[in-house]
Design a binder for this molecule. Structure first.
Ligand code: COA
Length: 471
C-alpha cells in the first residue's frame, strides 16, 4: 500500500504510532511526537547522537556504492539528475512533488497543528517537523510560537542599514541587506572566534537559526511598510502565531489572509536541496559561514526570475493580460497572449520546473484554498483558465520538459485578493518561508559534520579530450 494514500496509516500517525516500516528508506524515523517536552532544543539534542551514528554507518559500510553515472549532458545541463547532496528535511519526487520528512502537503495539512479546527497548518509545526522528523503536539507548537516571539528583537542598526538604501531599491535587495545587518549578532561567529569544539557547532547554529527565523518577518514587514506604507511600522502582536503575526505586521488582519499566510509560509519552506536558494545556503554554510551569511546568499539566488522572483513575474504578467485584454479575457485571447509572450523570447512565468514533471502540489493546495475562499475572483478565474490553456501550448513548443504549473503560478492572485497587491514584494514572502527549510537543514549540516562542498569542474577542452579517448 502506498504510504501517502493510506488513510489508516494517517490515523495511526495521529494516534501516536511510531516507526513507519513503509518509510524505511526515506524517513525511517518519522513519528508523532510522544514526549510531552515542549523544548525543541532538548528534543534535538536527544536525536543528534542517533543520527550521527546512522550517518557513520552509512559511510563506513556503504561509502563505495555507486549512485549513477555522470554524463556530459549533466555537466552542461546544470547538474540535472546528478545525485550529489545530502538533504534530510525534505525529498522531491518528480511526479508526486515534495514531502516534508516523508509527509506530503495534504498530509501536513491534516496532521500538523492548526490555529483553528480544520485550519491551515502552523509553520512553527512544520519547523518542528523538519528539525526533529516528528509531528509535534499543539502544546509544543504553542511553546515554539512563544519562543520565536521572544527571539523576535531586531537591533536598531538593521533598520538604519536598510534606510541607507534608496526606497526604490528592489524589496529583495533591502531584505537581503537587512539579513546581512542581522549577522553582527551571530552566536556562531562569536563561538568560532572563541575556539568552540567542532562537536558543539550545531548549538550556536541552532541559536542563530531560530533568531533569524524569528526576526525575518519583522525585517520583511519593515521593508514592505517602508516602501509602500510611508514607513508606518506595525508592531508584533504577542497573541498571534508566526504566520498570523507576519500578516499582521504587513498590515493585513482579515482571518482569510492570516490562514493564507500560515499556508504560504508552510508550503514555500523547503523543496529538497538542489534548488538554487537551498543549494546556495548549503554551499555557503559548508565553509562554516554562519546562518546569516549563508541565508543572505540563499536569498540572492531566490531573487532570480527563474527561481523565487517568478511569483512577482506571474502577477505582473497576469496584470499585463488584464491591461491588454481585460479581466474577463476569453480562452482564445489568452492563447494568443501566451504565444505573444513566447514569440517575444520570454518564458511563461509559473510554468515548468527543473525537477517536477507534473502539477506542483503547492499549486494544487493554493488552488483548493482559492476554491474555498475566493471562487469568484476574476484573477483566480484567469489562473484557472491558464491551467487549461498553457500546458498544451508549452507541449507544442516541443522542448519544455514540464508544461505544468509550479508554486509561483498561483500565489500572487491569492495575495492580491487580500490586498497585498505589490508584486515586487512577493519574493520577500517566499524568502521568509525559505528560512525554515534552509536553517533546519543547516543545523543538521553542523550536527552531522557534513563536508565542505568542492565538486570537480572541467573545461570544454577537457571534455572534448575525454570524449575522444572514450570513443
Ligand atoms: C523553471 C525553469 C527555469 C526550469 O528550467 P529547465 O529545467 O531548463 O526546463 P526545461 O528543461 O523544460 O527547459 C527546456 C527549454 O524549455 C524552455 N522552457 C521551460 N519552461 C518554460 C516556460 N515556462 N516558458 C517558456 N519556455 C520554457 C526553457 O527555457 C528551455 O528553452 P531553451 O532550450 O531554448 O533554453 C523553466 O521551466 C522556466 O523558466 N519557467 C518559468 C519561470 C518559473 O516559473 N520559475 C519558477 C520555478 S519554481
Amino acid at each position: 500500500m502506498v504510504f501517502h494514500k493510506s488513510v489508516s496509516l494517517l490515523s495511526k500517525l495521529r494516534s501516536g504510532a511510531v516507526q513507519q516500516p513503509g518509510l524505511r528508506n526515506s524517513v525511517r524515523w518519522l513519528q508523532v511526537q510522544t514526549s510531552s517536552d515542549v523544548d525543541l532544543h532538548s528534543q534535538l539534542k536527544e536525536l543528534i547522537p542517533e543520527q550521527q551514528e546512522r550517518l557513520k554507518k552509512l559511510k563506513s559500510e556503504h561509502g563505495k556504492v555507486q549512485l549513477g553515472n555522470i554524463t556530459v549532458d549533466m555537466v552542461l545541463g546544470g547538474m540535472r539528475g546528478m545525485t550529489g547532496l545530502l538533504w534530510e528535511t525534505s525529498l522531491l519526487d518528480a511526479e508526486e512533488g515534495i514531502r516534508f520528512r516523508g509527509l506530503s502537503i495534504p498530509e501536513c495539512q491534516k496532521l500538523l497543528p492548526a490555529a483553528k479546527p480544520a485550519g491551515e497548518p502552523l509553520p512553527e509545526g512544520l519547523l518542528w517537523l523538519l528539525l526533529t522528523g516528528k509531528v509535534p503536539t499543539k502544546e509544543q507548537v504553542d511553546a515554539l510560537s512563544k519562543e520565536l516571539r521572544d527571539r523576535a528583537i531586531v537591533p536598531d542598526h538593521v533598520y538604519k542599514t536598510i534606510d541607507a538604501l534608496p526606497v526604490t531599491a528592489h524589496p529583495m535587495t533591502q531584505f537581503a541587506t537587512g539579513v546581512m545587518a542581522l549577522q553582527v549578532q551571530s552566536e556562531f561567529q562569536k563561538a568560532y572566534e572563541k575556539g568552540i569544539h567542532k562537536s558543539k557547532y550545531w548549538e550556536p547554529t541552532y541559536e542563530d537559526s531560530l533568531n533569524l527565523i524569528a526576526q525575518l518577518p519583522i525585517v520583511a514587514s519593515y521593508v514592505y511598510r517602508r516602501i509602500y506604507k510611508n514607513g508606518q511600522v506595525i508592531p508584533m502582536d504577542d497573541s498571534l502565531d508566526y504566520g498570523a503575526n507576519f500578516a499582521h505586521m504587513l498590515g493585513f488582519n482579515d482571518p482569510g489572509m492570516l490562514e493564507l499566510m500560515r499556508l504560504y509560509v508552510t508550503i514555500h519552506s523547503d523543496h529538497e536541496g538542489g534548488n538554487v536558494s537551498a543549494h546556495t545556503g548549503h554551499l555557503v554554510a559548508s565553509a562554516l559561514s554562519d546562518p546569516y551569511l549563508s541565508f543572505a546568499a540563499a536569498l540572492n539566488g531566490l531573487a532570480g526570475p527563474l527561481h523565487g522572483l517568478a511569483n512577482q513575474e506571474v502577477l505582473l504578467w497576469i496584470k499585463s493580460v488584464v491591461a491588454d485584454c481585460g479581466e474577463n479575457v476569453s480562452k482564445e485571447n489568452l492563447k494568443e497572449y501566451v504565444w505573444k509572450t513566447l514569440n517575444s523570447g520570454k518564458v511563461v512565468p509559473g510554468y515548468g520546473h527543473g525537477v517536477l514533471r507534473n502539477t506542483d502540489p503547492r499549486y494544487t493546495c493554493q488552488r483548493e484554498f482559492a476554491l474555498k475562499h475566493l471562487p469568484n475572483d476574476p484573477l483566480f478565474k484567469m489562473v484557472s483558465n491558464l491551467y487549461e490553456v498553457v500546458p498544451p501550448i508549452l507541449l507544442e513548443l516541443g522542448k519544455v520538459k514540464n508544461p505544468w504549473p509550479n508554486v509561483d503560478a498561483h500565489s500572487g492572485v491569492l495575495l492580491n485578493y487580500y490586498g497585498l497587491t505589490e508584486a515586487r514584494f512577493y519574493t520577500v514572502l517566499f524568502g521568509v518561508s525559505r528560512s525554515i527549510g534552509i536553517c533546519s537543514q543547516l543545523i543538521w549540516d553542523r550536527a552531522l559534520g557534513l563536508a565542505l562542498e568542492r565538486p570537480k569542474s572541467v573545461t570544454m577542452e577537457w571534455l572534448e579530450n575525454y570524449v575522444k579517448k572514450s570513443a
